[in-house]
Design a protein around this ligand. Sequence first.
Ligand code: GLU
Length: 447
Amino acid sequence: MLDPALQKTLDAVLARNPGEPEFHQAAREVFDSLAVVQERHPEYNDLGILARLCEPERQIIFRVPWVDDRGQVQVNRGFRVEYNSALGPYKGGLRFHRSVNLSIVKFLGFEQIFKNSLTGLPIGGGKGGSDFDPHGKSDGEVMRFCQSFMSELYRHIGEYRDVPAGDIGVGAREIGYLFGQYKRLSNQYEAGVLTGKGLDWGGSLVRTEATGYGAAIFAEEMLKVRDTSFDGRRAVVSGSGNVAIYAIQKIQQLGGIAITASDSSGYVVDEDGIDLELLKQIKEVERGRIAEYAERRGGRARFVSEGSVWDVPADVALPCATQNELHARDAKKLVENGVIAVSEGANMPSTPEAVEIFQAAGVAFGPGKAANAGGVATSALEMQQNAARDAWSFEYTEGRLTEIMRGIHQNALETADEFGRPGNYVIGANVAGFRKVADAMIAFGVI
Ligand code: GLU
């Protein structure tokens, strides 16, 4: 049961945003966590901070027309939700996937506010994307789509205003086409307007690896609290995109054995540890299916098309695919199989029921807004390098990322303690992320 004043605010938020289940899920989780703050600081809610936080500062929805390779006109919908700029310019990725709608963009944008605050860097929260599906599209089609998308978006973004980046379906290729069109339309080389750029034209080393690396580092920090480490431990990872690939790499560097990867067609199990070069070749270069991994591994790996990757016994789990990919039954199975830590590389991959099961079983659970903040944190480092017209080394940048991830872990852990919920990283992350944004909003007055 929520405090009645909080409940009233939440009810109004839910009623004002009907038909947006993912956004409701993200909002509910934050309100549940903030119950501990409400007990000590009712002034946040009284000052309308929560009501204002839940209402995006600006939401842009636009038509994206483009012509496919057959000469047919296609129409997609573009979104940019500029959620909160209390701590800095709106910052967050663009997702191109057929599932994208306003609910998805708003849940992601809302999460991004707290995540970006936790990084300790000066970035606000935002998110965008389109229901465009890059799968099976030619480079030419992707380019024309990106150019059309940016032809509207360019007027809303800027180094000091809103700084998009990648997310699912948006990688270096798409950022290149988007940046090219922005540069052409604005007639200036404004490197800091987008992050995730190529290394030759303003990108940062470690940005590609950062989300996956960060999620593995966060897991390692949670293991350290339990006086253990990745050393010799089996890890089950879902997904096979940018986050999963570099989570696997970092787990291996930390001495763990990452034994799985997946896509929408199924998963592969490789008991020797995933062969990263092969996975990257299939997924990044050829943009192929995960089954090919098992075929090309010569009997050392198996492909499974039924059931769930979470059925594979492991000590640590890193969901790195997408929202709501890990359900109550999966959480039960992982707990039965003895999992000790779960670190979310994706955004909101565990359902609320799954999170409850992990927490009730005493599993260390790192929520996405803390565990996957390494990506956006390194985007902020890319912005720093762009502003200084500088380029840092891999070692230095990775050192900064590691420091930031350890800081987020520590902050979430200490905040959970401070509010009497030791070990609860969900409450710790939400409260710590919230406080900083809320205090800045109070300083600015009612705007
Ligand atoms: N899409 C990533 C996220 O979910 C990164 C955003 C960014 O780098 O701005 O945090």
